[in-house]
Design a protein around this ligand. Structure first.
Ligand SMILES: [Zn+2]
Ligand SMILES: [Zn+2]
Length: 153
């Protein structure tokens, strides 16, 4: 059996090119590299982590930062606020809408997909007389791995 190195999904990359075209944005080497890092990632990544994984040389932090900003404003990426940190993941064109449950101890994140949660959010917004547009909702806790390490004696 052959084990393939983890490659970004071809279809996702294709969709990325289509979206960029649609938005009138150029697919630069940086932008593509950032997209591919986040397409492979199973958790939202910080700029620092993105830079490390796209590093072709030193001192390109600023240009990666700028590209992430462009892609986020265009909706290609989604900003995931995490305390004082900013994390990024692929936007909803590429990943279905979801929320996160994050371990406060080790930082591992899992995606939460819940129709009940979505309809409740919708309901609360409408009850207040608003038209729903967007929402942010993040949950924090201690993951099973960390609970084992934190068992009281
Ligand atoms: Zn943990
Ligand atoms: Zn939601």
């Amino acid at each position: 059996m052959q084990i393939h190195p983890q490659q970004p999904d071809q279809q996702l990359t294709h969709l990325f090119h289509d979206q960029m075209n649609l938005l009138g944005l150029r697919v630069t080497a940086n932008r593509l590299a950032i997209f591919q890092v986040l397409a492979k990632a199973d958790q939202p990544q910080s700029i620092q982590e993105i830079v490390q994984q796209t590093a072709v040389g030193s001192g390109h932090f600023t240009s990666i930062y700028r590209s992430v900003d462009v892609l986020t404003k265009a909706g290609i990426l989604r900003h995931v606020p995490r305390g004082f940190k900013s994390l990024y993941e692929l936007g909803e064109t590429f990943r279905s809408h979801h929320h996160h449950l994050t371990c406060e101890n080790c930082g591992q994140t899992i995606g939460l997909h819940s129709n009940r949660l979505e309809s409740l959010m919708q309901e609360l917004t409408i009850q207040a007389g608003f038209t729903p547009t967007n929402h942010h909702f993040e949950l924090f806790g201690i993951c099973p791995d960390c609970q084992i390490g934190q068992m009281p004696e």
